[in-house]
Design a protein around this ligand. Structure first.
Ligand code: CAA
Ligand code: NAD
Length: 292
């Protein structure tokens, strides 16, 4: 099935990027958020990103207007009824995602494909909450979506060949490079990336070096585009904590266990760049390491 009408549920860091790339690829995009304020914030994120692309001469003003014209916004999930594919990028919580897919299952036609951008939950657990497990697939994008080329396309035991092929083709149509992944918690990339980020936090807990020096070490010593703490703040400390809890519950391996410092930061709402404070204070022109 060729996807043209795309629904994006959740317009935070990831959903705004997914909506943007789908509209850039010429698709008809409908974005849904629970609350008008969150919808306005998500819309602002998309429009800022497109304005930046115009300022950098990556898009013309005419293209920006056309792209924005392809994105509609709603707070009513019932508006998703006519979509070919709905991808969710809401909070990393199985109950919330299953509640959403349960409602979409009643609203959308039988052919609509349901996709999840989950970082660590299994797609099978979501497919089981619907009456169409053959039409449920994982589409795991990377942050920032407009820049990162990879999409993991995740097949469960019940995902049909047609659904998988359609999702794979959809990722390609967005200009991404899809890879096939099995439905295990963390898929391919997060199985390796999450322990690395958590290990960096454990090194700070042990007093090995400062946050800034570990970041500089990994950037300049290994050529990583950003150090692990900048990356944690970029991903979101709240999201990383949820990912860690889910992966630890799945594997019972120490390397996925949430470090106590991560838990304390969540309690203090130090979610990283999205709240202005995480491992760094992002309120000024340059990030300043926090006293932890
Ligand atoms: N949205 C859109 N475009 C962005 C952007 C954003 N948030 N941030 C940067 N860009 C673009 C810039 O416009 C720029 O494009 P041009 O060169 O065409 O002008 C390009 O990216 C490079 O940006 P900068 O020069 O400002 O900054 P940079 O060189 O430091 O690159 C970065 C920024 C691309 C984010 C880079 O630091 C990077 O690749 N970091 C690592 C990101 C990463 O590892 N992501 C994966 C996170 S884990 C995940 O996503 C999975 C999960 O489940 C948690
Ligand atoms: P975020 O907190 O930035 O955004 C989540 C958005 O979902 C919020 O705007 C919230 O208002 C909205 N929302 C919550 N419940 C909703 C509902 N029932 N209906 C509609 N909207 C709802 O989170 P994010 O970083 O964009 O992460 C979203 C998903 O993508 C998570 O599953 C996360 O694990 C995954 N993911 C995150 C990253 C990352 O680097 N942050 C990378 C890949 C995948």
């Amino acid at each position: 099935m060729k996807v043209n009408k795309v629904g994006v549920v959740g317009c935070g860091l990831m959903g705004s990027g997914i909506a943007e790339v789908a509209a850039k690829a010429g698709m008809d995009v409908l974005v849904m958020e629970v609350h008008p304020d969150a919808l306005a914030a998500g819309r602002g994120r998309i429009e800022k990103s497109l304005a930046r692309a115009v300022a950098k001469e990556k898009l013309t003003e005419e293209e920006r207007v056309a792209i924005e014209g392809r994105i509609a916004y709603t707070t009513d999930v019932a508006d998703m009824a006519d979509r070919d594919l709905v991808v969710e990028a809401i909070v990393e919580n199985l109950d919330a995602k299953n509640d959403l897919f349960g409602r979409l299952d009643e609203i959308c036609g039988p052919d609509t494909i349901f996709a999840s951008n989950t970082s660590s939950l299994t797609i099978t657990d979501m497919a089981a909450a619907t009456s169409r497990p053959d039409r449920v697939v994982g589409l795991h994008f990377f942050n920032p979506v407009p820049v990162m080329k990879l999409v993991e396309v995740v097949r469960t035991l019940s995902t049909s060949e047609d659904t998988f092929a359609s999702a794979f083709a959809f990722a390609k149509a967005l200009g991404k490079v899809p890879i096939a992944a099995k439905d295990n918690s963390g898929f391919v990339v997060n199985l390796l990336l999450v322990p690395y980020m958590l290990d960096a936090i454990r090194q700070v807990e042990r007093g090995v070096a400062t946050v800034a020096d570990i970041d500089t070490g990994m950037q300049l010593g290994c050529g990583y585009p950003m150090g692990p703490f900048t990356l944690c703040d970029f991903v979101g400390i709240d999201t990383l904590y949820k990912i860690s809890e889910i992966m630890y519950a799945e594997y019972h391996e120490e390397r996925y266990a949430p470090p106590p410092l991560l838990k304390r930061m969540v309690a203090m709402k130090m979610y990283g760049r999205k709240t202005g404070k995480g491992f760094y204070d992002w309120s000024g022109a340059e990030p300043v390491p926090m006293a932890l």
